[in-house]
Design a protein around this ligand. Structure first.
Ligand code: FE
Length: 196
């Protein structure tokens, strides 16, 4: 998948030309294309990642596997990211001393196969340029005020690697079920622009 900076009209025009060329050469059938798009659009939703994060909070061994190989950890829960290959998902964990936030400074790369479409602000020039230079101020605008001593690490997505933030488990949830924990997670929490 390309990682260019053209306008969406130019990109969609190129996609149309490419699809036509592939179909004319019998490299790709319309059914295969429909199948891929359907997988992306129908099965990509934040609930996928909510389930992964909630599992990681109740199962330390699962969290270790999630941090080591997020694609395999997704597959364990029946979330198939194989159609997204060769893009790899990498989970990064918030801790008491370190907060993580994700961005794509070059364009708008995002864990779309897992979460679905990205929010508009994620694609904005303002977010992409400012969160790298001054993450603390940008996070404050999202209502996330972090103490000065807490380190903020910004993970810049690429065409090959997309990031997922594992938020800290909310306080006083010792008795919560996995499903209850999953319901406490937000999409922005997975990007790092919200606390839970
Ligand atoms: Fe990008």
């Amino acid at each position: 998948m390309s990682h260019d900076h053209e306008g969406s009209a130019a990109v969609s025009n190129r996609v149309k030309l490419l699809v036509t060329a592939l179909q004319e050469r019998s490299v790709l059938t319309e059914a295969q294309l429909d199948d891929t798009v359907e997988k992306l659009l129908l099965h990509s939703k934040p609930a996928n990642a909510f389930a992964m994060v909630a599992r990681s909070w109740v199962d330390a061994a699962y969290k270790a596997r999630l941090l080591a190989d997020a694609n395999a950890a997704a597959a364990e829960l029946g979330i198939d990211l194989s159609h997204w290959s060769p893009v790899k998902l990498r989970a990064v964990e918030n801790t008491p001393v370190s907060h993580k936030v994700i961005v794509c400074t070059l364009c708008s790369c995002y864990p779309i196969a897992l979460l679905g479409p990205s929010p508009t602000w994620y694609k904005s020039e303002a977010y992409r340029s400012r969160v790298v230079r001054d993450p603390r101020s940008v996070l404050a605008e999202f209502g996330v005020s972090l103490p000065d001593e807490k380190e903020i690490t910004v993970w810049d997505s690429t065409a090959e690697v997309r990031y997922l933030v594992i938020p800290q488990r909310p306080a006083a949830t010792e008795n919560a079920t996995e499903a209850q924990l999953a319901a406490m997670i937000t999409r922005n929490g997975l990007i790092g622009t919200a606390l839970l």
